[in-house]
Design a protein around this ligand. Structure first.
Ligand SMILES: Nc1ncnc2c1ncn2[C@@H]1O[C@H](COP(=O)(O)OP(=O)(O)OP(=O)(O)O)[C@@H](O)[C@H]1O
Length: 239
């Protein structure tokens, strides 16, 4: 167990916390009373079978999708009740995202892609690109900085996407199957680089994965089944 826990389970002093999340798409319940909590500097793997609600949990935590019921707190402030514009501002300022297929902007170079969140947050081009270049170097893809995403390998593109997520020094990184499109060697390297970089900056990482070897890079595992989340460290501690 890596985090202090309240008697009911979730870590005390959480940076990001959700209580009783429910979300239904038509007749499909995606989340059915899910709780979650993560502290600064923690890497938490969200695992579970396909369709169990992992991505929906991530989207609700990140303020991308509003839950039908339940609440999400970030730094003690309820964000589930914020307006769309307020949630967008929070995502731009405090959150970083890495998805399965990088989702880089194809018309921009890798350097411009990595600098984009900083530019959107108001940094000047020179400053943003200097910071982005530093992160591309840390992620070992400085040499492709002038290439467009279509001209780099899947592993390189994913490293650029991680550099982009981390360059703006987010407090929380949301990673949804970040290695899903990579072979195992590339996947492990990407996980090493992501978790090391996040630990250096003190960011919390919410890592959705269905692969045990990817979850092995986390501090703690939460398993989602039928729209409900269970903290495996709490269960292990209770035995
Ligand atoms: N935008 C949507 N519209 C309709 N149904 C959705 C939508 N998003 C998710 N669902 C449904 O909600 C349930 C949970 O989906 P979710 O993507 O959260 O699961 P998951 O655990 O991330 O799955 P996977 O591992 O396959 O990506 C599924 O039954 C899914 O079909």
């Amino acid at each position: 167990m890596t985090a202090a826990q309240s008697p009911s389970g979730p870590p005390v002093g959480a940076l990001l916390r959700a209580e009783g999340l429910r979300k239904t798409y038509g007749a499909t319940p995606a989340l059915d009373g899910a709780d979650f909590a993560i502290r600064s500097g923690e890497v938490v793997a969200v695992m579970g079978p396909s369709g169990s609600g992992k991505s929906t949990l991530l989207h609700c935590l990140a303020g991308i999708v509003p839950p039908d019921q339940g609440r999400v707190f970030y730094q003690g402030q309820e964000i589930s009740g914020l307006s769309d514009a307020e949630r967008s501002a929070l995502r731009r300022g405090d959150f970083g995202f890495v998805f399965q297929f990088g989702q880089l902007v194809p018309e921009l170079t890798c350097l411009e892609n990595a600098a984009l969140p900083l530019r959107l947050a108001g940094s000047g081009r020179k400053e943003a690109e200097a910071r982005a270049r530093d992160w591309l170097a840390r992620l070992e893809v400085d040499e492709v900085r002038h290439h467009r995403p279509g001209q780099v390998s899947g592993g390189q593109g994913q490293r650029v996407a991680i550099a982009r997520a981390l360059a703006a020094t987010p407090r929380v990184v949301f990673a949804d199957e970040p290695t899903g499109a990579l072979d195992s060697l590339n996947g492990e390297r990407v996980m090493e680089l992501l978790t090391r970089a996040a630990r250096e900056t003190g960011a919390a990482v919410v890592l959705v994965t269905h692969e045990a070897r990817v979850a092995a890079y986390s501090d703690r595992e939460v398993v989602v089944r039928d729209g409900r989340a269970r903290d495996m460290s709490v269960l292990a501690g209770a035995v």
